[in-house]
Write a new protein. Structure first.
Length: 230
């Protein structure tokens, strides 16, 4: 046994430099991917139709990210699919020029349990499940033409929602299982899909400004909750 141990020591001693180099390589190979994926930064992808860049993915897990106005000489025009999906520490975003942001793609902020603030006044399209399960979101002002299905599904703290004139349609279950009690649908809203407010037990009043919306099957199903105002 002693001879075997002596032989091992001799081999290690004679190949010490090689052993050290191999150890460094193994350590670097282990640490590099961890550092790469955890250093906070944004990566972008070009959208030909919009002629601008989308935030494709946010690395790291910061409380707040800053979205610049431009990238490679083109404007940043939106947030891509799953860009901040399941970012457990995210509280909000700051934009250099919010007016440029025209689209929030599906699942972009889904399952962000601490998300509290984001400016949606200039966004044209909010796709399905964009903010679903983001349970700390309380107040939002929306300027989107189209609000996708389940866009704010299970945002359980969401209680104050202002929908700006210009919104045209609200998707199925868009505000399902929220804490909304009162909401005004401006005259521009021409269609509300089924179950838009389902499981929102605190809902007491839905004010509609478009008289034609009174013929909408889902709006009719809400009964006395609906109030028409010119």
């Amino acid at each position: 046994m002693m001879k075997f141990m002596d032989m091992i020591k001799k081999v290690l001693k004679e190949n010490l430099i090689s052993v050290v180099i191999i150890s460094i390589i193994i350590l670097a190979a282990t640490i590099t991917p961890i550092c790469y994926f955890n250093i906070p930064r944004l990566v972008y992808t070009y959208d030909e139709e919009l002629d601008g860049y989308l935030v494709d993915y946010a690395f790291g897990n910061k409380e707040e990210y800053y979205i610049p106005e431009m990238y490679k000489g083109k404007p940043i025009v939106g947030i891509g699919e799953r860009a901040f999906f399941r970012h457990s520490r995210l509280k909000g975003l700051e934009f250099h020029k919010i007016e440029n942001i025209s689209i929030i793609k599906k699942l972009a902020f889904s399952e962000c349990p601490r998300l509290e603030y984001i400016n949606l006044e200039y966004v044209d399209y909010i796709e399905r499940n964009a903010f679903s399960y983001s349970e700390s979101l309380k107040n939002i002002k929306i300027g989107a033409k189209k609000i996708g299905a389940s866009a704010f599904y299970k945002c359980k703290s969401l209680e104050n929602v202002i929908i700006l004139d210009g919104c045209e349609s609200i998707g199925s279950m868009a505000f399902a299982d929220t804490s909304i009690s009162d909401i005004i649908l401006p005259g521009s809203v021409s269609y509300v899909y089924n179950n838009c407010f389902i499981y929102s037990d605190k809902l007491k009043r839905v004010v509609i400004k478009n008289k034609e919306l009174l013929a909408n099957d889902y709006i009719k199903s809400l009964g006395d909750v609906v109030v028409y105002e010119e």
